[in-house]
Each structure stands twice: as structure tokens, then as C-alpha cells.
Design a protein around this ligand. Structure first.
Ligand code: DX5
Ligand code: ZN
Length: 235
């Protein structure tokens, strides 16, 4: 089974919010593939971050696609605003629409707005099997490896089995992981079948951001090559 190329998506949550434009340029120059934008509503998660006007402002300066992670209770209601603001990837949480019919309404709202990549995300304490009926409806599954709300938390290795399950089902869209990713943890994520890697504190807290992204990319590539070699051997 083939799946999309590996991508590094630095989380702007760990950037200096007073200098978001400069920080965007800095992380792009350091090698970011996507720019991960954490939207929190103070309701679905106990933190408030940024909204549509800031996403729109980022879109004006960004040269890379915006990977917008909606940690909000009413994603359908705000689909139009985030799409218009320039989200390339738009991901909602399964927990706010935890049935095939409810989540298909959110997915349809995103698609109606022309969102190029529609994603669904899952908290660490939800069973991934719940997503089975909608796997054919989404382009991306975001497996949370921390409880959402804050950067700088510890990676939860117990969620890796969800990634393996998704690939074992034949899901060949993007599988993204978010929370606690670093040079220490990216290898196991890639080994499980993840191809999109979000990291906030590991990248923005690095003394040499370019070197850190390059090393993370290399560690992911090594595991990806093993998958590709296995696939080649089977073919
Ligand atoms: C957590 C956010 C993450 C966060 C990751 O709620 O969804 O994107 O910024 O930060 P690190 O990489 O520091 O765990
Ligand atoms: Zn996120």
C-alpha cells in the first residue's frame, strides 16, 4: 500500500505570537512542508488561541500550505470562515461529531467550501475503530499523541497502534501525528505508518531549527524507506 510523501508540519503554537509573520518565514526557510495552525475555542479544549482573522493574516505571508487543526466544538458552523481564511488542510475532532452521520455533515460542509484536504482527529482516549465507517470520506486522519490544548507535553506511545490499525485497514491518505514529536519520537511514528509529523516545541525550541527539521526528516525517511522496501519485496 502506498501513501503520501512524508511532511514536516511545525506547529505555530510554539512560535512567538508577537512576531508570527517573521516566525512563519523562519520556519519555512528552515524546511517546513506545511504550517500547523492550532485553533482552540476555550470550550472543546481549555485554551484559546487563534481565529479566522489570524489564519487569514498568516495566509498572506505563508508560502507553505496551512494545516489547520480545529480544536473547537462547532466545526461545521465555522467551515466557511476557515476555508475562506485559506486553510489547505482543515481537520475537525471526531469527539464533537462522534457518529458517521454527524461527521459526514462536517466533512460535507468542508468540501462544499472547497477545502483541499479534509481531516478528522482523534483524542488519545478514543478508539480508532470508531472511525472505520468514515475512512473513505476523509483525506487525513490526525492521531493525537497528547491530550489537545497545550504544546510541550509528553508523547504517548500507546497511540501508535492506532496508526498501525489505519494502515492495516488500507487507509492510504495522510496519517498525521501531533503532540510530543521530536527527534526522539519521530522514528517510531514513521515506523507505524505516519507520514505527516507535527512538532511545536521541538522545532521552535531548537537552537538550530534547520538542523532539527533536517534530522527529523531523515529519521522519518529511514523508517519510510523500510516500508517502501517491504512493499517492493511483496510486489
Ligand atoms: C496540542 C496541539 C499541538 C501542539 C504540539 O494541543 O494540537 O499541535 O502545538 O506541540 P508539541 O510539539 O510541543 O507537543
Ligand atoms: Zn495541533
Amino acid at each position: 500500500m502506498d501513501w503520501p510523501a512524508n511532511l514536516i508540519s511545525p506547529s505555530l503554537l510554539s512560535a512567538d505570537f508577537a512576531r508570527l509573520g517573521d516566525e512563519t518565514r523562519r520556519v519555512e526557510d528552515a524546511g517546513a512542508d506545511w504550517l500547523h495552525v492550532d485553533v482552540m475555542d476555550g470550550h472543546f479544549v481549555p485554551n484559546l488561541t487563534i481565529g479566522p482573522p489570524v489564519v487569514a493574516a498568516l495566509k498572506k505571508v505563508a508560502r507553505r500550505p496551512l494545516d489547520v487543526h480545529l480544536m473547537i466544538s462547532e466545526p461545521k458552523r465555522y467551515a466557511k470562515e476557515y476555508a475562506a481564511a485559506g486553510a489547505h488542510v482543515l481537520t475537525f475532532h471526531w469527539e464533537v461529531a462522534p457518529s458517521a452521520s454527524a461527521s459526514r455533515e462536517v466533512i460535507a460542509a468542508f468540501r462544499d467550501q472547497g477545502v483541499p484536504v479534509v481531516g478528522v482527529s482523534l483524542n488519545p482516549d478514543r478508539r480508532v475503530e470508531e472511525l472505520e465507517p468514515i475512512l473513505g470520506d476523509v483525506d487525513l486522519v490526525l492521531v493525537m499523541s497528547v491530550f489537545p490544548g497545550f504544546g510541550g507535553q509528553k508523547f504517548m506511545p500507546e497511540v501508535l497502534s492506532k496508526v498501525r490499525w489505519l494502515r492495516a485497514q488500507g487507509f492510504c491518505g495522510h496519517v498525521e501525528m501531533d503532540g510530543g514529536l521530536s527527534e526522539k519520537t519521530i522514528g517510531v511514528c514513521a515506523e507505524a505508518g505516519t507520514n505527516a509529523f507535527v512538532a511545536g516545541s521541538a522545532i521552535f525550541g531548537a537552537s538550530d531549527m534547520s538542523a532539527t527539521i533536517a534530522r527529523m526528516r531523515e529519521l522519518a525517511r529511514i523508517e519510510r524507506d523500510k516500508h517502501d522496501a517491504k512493499r517492493g519485496a511483496r510486489a
